[in-house]
Design a protein around this ligand. Sequence first.
Ligand SMILES: [Fe+2]
Length: 289
Amino acid sequence: MRIIGLGYLVIESTEAEQWPGFAREVLGMASSVDDDGTVALRVDERAARIVVVPGERDALQAIGLEVSGVVAWEAAVDELRAAGAAVSTDTAAQARRARVTGLAQVSDPSGNPLEIFHGPLIVTGPVDRPGGPRYKTGELGLGHVVVPAVKLDETFRFYIQTLGFGHRDTIRPMLNYPEPLVLQFLGCNRRHHTVALASQPDPRGMRHFMLEVESIADVGRAYDRCHERGQLMTHLGQHSNDQGLSFYIRCPGGIMLEFGTACIEVDEATWSARELDAAGFWGHQLVSP
Ligand SMILES: [Fe+2]
């Protein structure tokens, strides 16, 4: 199976109505709102990169992983079933919500909800984001997401052996971290990592997601806006694995977004997975709420 990249995320939110304003004013995203209150956020030509569904929790509802088209998608479904995974393709409503042609729902061995999809809807008009950041997507996909994996080894092998991801790095345990956390970083294109697995459970089903922008100025201006609004979760910092310059934002409902730039790109053919002794070179100190 060949996953092209992270296509979209679906987030359940107790504060869905706050997302369009937050996304426009802080993140420079365009949005549309369905009759049932579902919010679709745009950062590029795709109709929905982040879908926010009104609900009882603030949690990850789906990770949209993209394949190249309908024939590749049918083969992916067959491969998942042959590997013993429970796959649902009775998903017309979910496909409408994610603005894609078709998707298959499957969980990884730790229960993280995946949607293997094809056919993203492209909007031909420009994204309305005057003064907003330019998001780095394209062949790199939307960004990355860090999810809990209580069955860490089994889940790690599922992403590599069944979904075709590559192993990029391991951090175990992080020396500068208050809990004995093991992280496995997995990639499917030149972005250093698209999915990271964390050994600790997380009630939100997601420790954070990350979006990359084109310039340090894009990051700095977003940092200023979050500082003014009291939405900084951390100060600026630089990670050791993708070497990106980033900070963390408190989104509506407490969802955590890493916002960064200047991440390295890897050559999948020659990359050798590394063991790192810390997650960061510097920074990312927590900001008190
Ligand atoms: Fe991250």
